[in-house]
Write a protein that binds this ligand. Structure first.
Ligand SMILES: [Zn+2]
Length: 360
């Protein structure tokens, strides 16, 4: 206790001894207030001062300088590294589903085409982004432009891309009801296959209803296990902070297929530079255990496959049944070979066992 008092007295003495120090402190505090305040009259004064000091000119120069770089340094602070779609996902060899809801792309680090950021009112500042007229790397919420963009369908009627700067401004108003989207039949939509109309940008983030450029043919698994937890993360973040999130969603199709193999989702919270939201992932458009024909949208579940009658070859001596194309059939003696048309479950219920090689 007595020690603290002594300390206080000392510091008081210090102030009394050096009024110059007090003056410097007051100026520093005033300057900090001037730079950081959100009061409109202070902000406009600050912006005009910054413009006089030539900050805007510097911004634009550094922006064009950087656009020429190929962004090879994409790690660490480079959360908004140059977009190089070929380095991210290869449409001819998309990630294989291995039981996980999604996999990281680009190490999970968001990367956006410049246009996505520029439309939001952001300008390039080194390897980061800022709003016009602001100090290095700072973002002024009020200078951002919330927006949504939905790419046109391609010549096969497939969704291409959806992106925007999401915030409370783009979200449905309180009490707003979801609209009917059943009129939209996205590419690859086949009846009675349990397909869902899957929003690229979720309704809760965009208030978009029957927009054909925002709906793809997706599985319940893609919708609820893949995309939804990420969408909710963004939704809750925006409600809790009032901040904005750059958001980019792209369905990935293989060749001319009509059903997307997966959906890439990239999100990055702008005001806090990714502290709140930062991901770059590929979600699988699959149903675990089912086989999907991505050209036609026909889904075959394991149970259905077992119920389909087809041609099998039984080895009557061993009791093993094969697909006719199996090597085991070629090696089988004609004497033991029996070709049948049956369902898989009929054969197993008669005591036959499936071949371990061709796995009928
Ligand atoms: Zn076999």
């Amino acid at each position: 206790m007595s020690q603290k008092k002594t300390k206080d007295r000392n510091s008081e003495n210090n102030y009394r001894r050096s009024p110059a120090l007090v003056l410097v402190l007051v100026i520093l505090i005033a300057a900090a207030f001037f730079m950081m305040s959100d009061a409109p009259f202070i902000k406009s004064a600050r912006d005009s001062l910054m413009q006089k000091l030539g900050y805007e000119a510097i911004d634009q120069e550094s922006g064009s300088e950087n656009s020429g770089e190929d962004g090879s340094d994409e790690t660490g602070g480079g959360k908004t590294a140059e977009w190089d779609v070929n380095a991210d996902l290869d449409p001819s060899s998309l990630p294989e589903f291995n039981g996980q809801n999604y996999v990281k792309v680009n190490g999970g680090i968001p990367a956006f085409p410049n246009e996505v950021c520029e439309r939001a009112g952001l300008i390039k500042d080194g390897d980061s982004w800022k709003t016009k007229g602001n100090l290095m790397g700072t973002v002024d919420s009020h200078k951002l432009t919330p927006y949504e963009y939905y790419g046109e369908l391609d010549d096969r009627g497939r969704c291409t891309v959806a992106y925007g700067l999401l915030g409370e401004e783009t979200m449905p108003a309180e009490g707003q009801d979801r609209g009917d989207i059943s009129s939209v039949h996205p590419s690859g939509w086949a009846k009675a296959q349990n397909w869902e109309r899957c929003h690229l940008i979720a309704w809760a983030l965009s208030a978009e209803n029957a927009n054909p450029s925002n709906l793809v043919t997706g599985t319940h698994y893609l919708n609820y296990d893949g995309m939804r937890p990420l969408e909710e993360e963004v939704e809750h973040y925006i409600w809790n902070t009032g901040n904005h999130v750059l958001y980019y969603v792209k369905p990935w199709f293989m060749g001319n297929e009509l059903v997307a193999r997966g959906v890439q989702m990239i999100a990055w919270s702008v005001e806090d530079k990714g502290d709140g939201i930062s991901f770059n992932v590929y979600c699988f458009n699959v149903t675990p255990g089912a086989e999907i024909d991505y050209k036609t949208g026909i889904v075959t579940t394991e149970e259905q496959a077992a119920q389909d009658a087809r041609t099998y070859v039984i080895n009557t001596r061993s009791g093993v049944f094969h697909y006719p194309t199996c090597d085991g059939v070629k090696e089988m003696s004609e004497h033991n070979k029996k070709t049948v048309t049956a369902t898989r479950s009929e054969l197993t219920s008669q005591g036959y066992t499936p071949c371990g090689a061709c796995e009928p």
